[in-house]
Design a protein around this ligand. Structure first.
Ligand code: HEM
Length: 515
């Protein structure tokens, strides 16, 4: 065949595919007009993504929130996908709690296995079953029994800070605290001591960081090539850097193997997250979907829940490590950073700790009733919420507060913008824990502050997170005071896609005065 014919045919094919791609990616771009919901005007294929990319998700969220200040809801297009932002706090309550059964799932994102089995990604009954299985990890009894692990890691963290204080060196809080939270999560969850705080470059922290840092790739794949989602894994293409997920899979598998061997040798059972997972696994199945209905029913009757597949177990172990390490370190490091800038608040918190604990080591019981500490943490999470945008997918057409939300629509709570809304929080950029006093709280809508989300799909690890943070804060502030220094960079510039400071959170530690 003539070469020019082949080239023309190929070009025509390419143009044809491009037209199909544009039509496919823009097919839903008329939906908000049809629903009479105000929205940004979409660009074919990209929707409003280019604007989001230009401003970054934080400023984009705030700008839209300001633009539609008189609306209950407004829309935008994340490339192909329409997203309905919910501004009205009553509607957020109704979606997260009252009509939860209509909004059980989150937005579908393609990630590599076993991350697709993490609790945060699961749907419907699969989610419910796994949530019920892992919930007991965070009961009061379990948290009490885990407490000595938190105490041990806190001691190492304080020793570290003490050394920095003596040497007069500045500390980058986020990195240091991430090592602490990684140690806590590995020991409380898996009874494994990984000592990130003692090692210069902890593999755990580096690999976990690689997973968070792959966010841009996850966005690209999901936003621009959503139709390929089912194909990637079949053709063996991974989103995450080679070896990253294998590292965590091996960690979990080794921990499970050791635990099984110990159980077989009759050694006493541990009381951690891994043990719960181990007891809910059934070895002769590789995936829940492969079970016969009879088998599943028999197991559900005897145990009250379905067994987890091996991939489910890997997924939960990994989310436990990832969610438990990054979010907690974000909150603890920002809190210390804000206290360093607000010495009066820091002194008041130290007074409360002195009254409650004196020089005693923090225990599970004396972490209750630290009212001013709660206020400081709530205020830090208001300014820097790790979960800055929360979403749910509508599974049946529903009308809420006069707004029709159609089946399949992703609804999103603009947490970051709500937390900085000057009409709810006067002078929003000021760190003012008083906003969370009893009286001030009562005057505000309860859904104006959403650091852990709301409803049955809220953060499962909230109690563990707060316990870890409070223990570390108490132990640090009992003997030291964080202060700003020449390395401190203000104002904080947030990283593009993460609740993390671009220039780091640098402070120094000093001896406490009048102590
Ligand atoms: C201060 C620390 C933390 C913050 C601010 C935080 C925040 C959140 C938020 C906002 C959500 C989404 C809630 C929603 O959609 O309504 C969430 C979900 C989740 N968090 Fe946390 N989290 C923290 C610590 C932890 C810890 C320590 C763990 C586990 C060890 C954890 C495990 C999870 C899991 C598994 C989910 C998904 C729950 C589900 O889909 O059922 N988080 N978290």
């Amino acid at each position: 065949m003539d070469l020019s014919w082949i080239i023309t045919a190929l070009l025509l094919l390419l143009v044809g595919l491009l037209i199909i791609y544009v039509i496919y990616m823009s097919a839903e771009h008329g939906i908000f007009k049809k629903l009479k919901i105000p929205s940004l005007t979409p660009v074919p294929v990209f929707g409003n993504f280019l604007k989001e990319l230009k401003l970054g998700p934080f400023m984009f969220q705030e700008e839209l929130y300001r633009t539609y200040r008189t609306e209950k809801v407004y829309g935008y297009f994340s490339c192909k996908t329409p997203i309905l932002f919910i501004r009205d706090l009553d509607m957020i309550r109704d979606i997260a709690v009252k009509h939860f059964s209509n909004f059980v799932n989150r937005r579908d994102f393609r990630v590599d296995e076993p991350l697709d089995h993490m609790l945060s990604m699961l749907k419907d009954d699969h989610w419910k079953n796994v949530r019920n299985t892992v919930s007991p990890t965070f009961s009061t009894g379990k948290l009490r029994r885990m407490f000595h692990h938190i105490s041990d890691s806190t001691r190492t963290l304080v020793e570290h800070l003490r050394e920095q204080k003596i040497s007069g060196k500045a500390v980058e809080l986020k990195h240091l605290v991430s090592c602490y939270t990684m140690d806590v999560i590995a020991s409380t969850g898996f009874s494994v001591q990984i000592n990130s705080l003692k090692e210069e470059k902890s593999d755990f922290v580096l690999k976990a960081k690689q997973i968070w840092d792959a966010a841009a790739r996850v966005v690209f794949v999901n936003f621009f090539l959503p139709f390929m989602n089912k194909v990637w894994s079949k053709i063996g293409i991974n989103i995450y850097p080679n070896g990253t997920l294998d590292f965590f899979k091996s960690f979990v598998d080794d921990a499970l193997k050791n635990r099984k061997e110990a159980t077989n040798k009759g050694q006493s059972k541990r009381n951690d997250f891994l043990q719960l997972l181990l007891e809910s696994e059934r070895e002769d199945i590789t995936d829940n979907d492969n079970m016969s209905i009879d088998e599943a029913q028999e197991l559900e009757i005897s145990t009250g829940r379905k067994p987890l597949s091996h991939t489910d177990i890997q997924g939960q172990a990994i989310i436990f490590l990832l969610a438990g390490y990054d979010t907690v370190s974000t909150v603890l490091s920002f809190t210390l950073f804000l206290l360093a800038q607000n010495q009066d608040c820091c002194a008041r918190l130290q007074e409360e700790i002195d009254d409650k604990l004196g020089k005693r080591i923090p225990s599970y019981d004396n972490m209750q009733g630290l009212a001013y500490m709660d206020m400081c943490l709530n205020e830090a999470m208001r300014l820097y919420p790790p979960g800055f945008q929360l979403d749910r997918v509508c599974n049946e057409d529903i009308v809420i507060n006069g707004v029709l939300i159609p089946k399949g629509m992703t609804v999103s709570f603009p947490v970051f913008a709500i937390h900085r809304d000057p009409e709810i929080w006067p002078d929003p950029m000021r760190f003012d824990p008083e906003r969370f006093s009893q009286e001030n709280r009562l005057e505000r809508h309860p859904y104006a502050h959403l650091p852990f989300g709301q409803g049955p799909r809220n953060c499962i690890g909230m109690r563990l997170a707060l316990l870890e943070i409070k223990v570390a804060l108490s132990a640090i502030l009992q003997e030291m005071t964080p202060i700003t220094c020449s390395e401190t960079v203000l104002p904080v510039r947030l990283k593009f896609f993460q609740m993390n400071a671009e220039d780091g959170l640098w402070i120094k530690m000093t001896d406490r005065v009048n102590h």
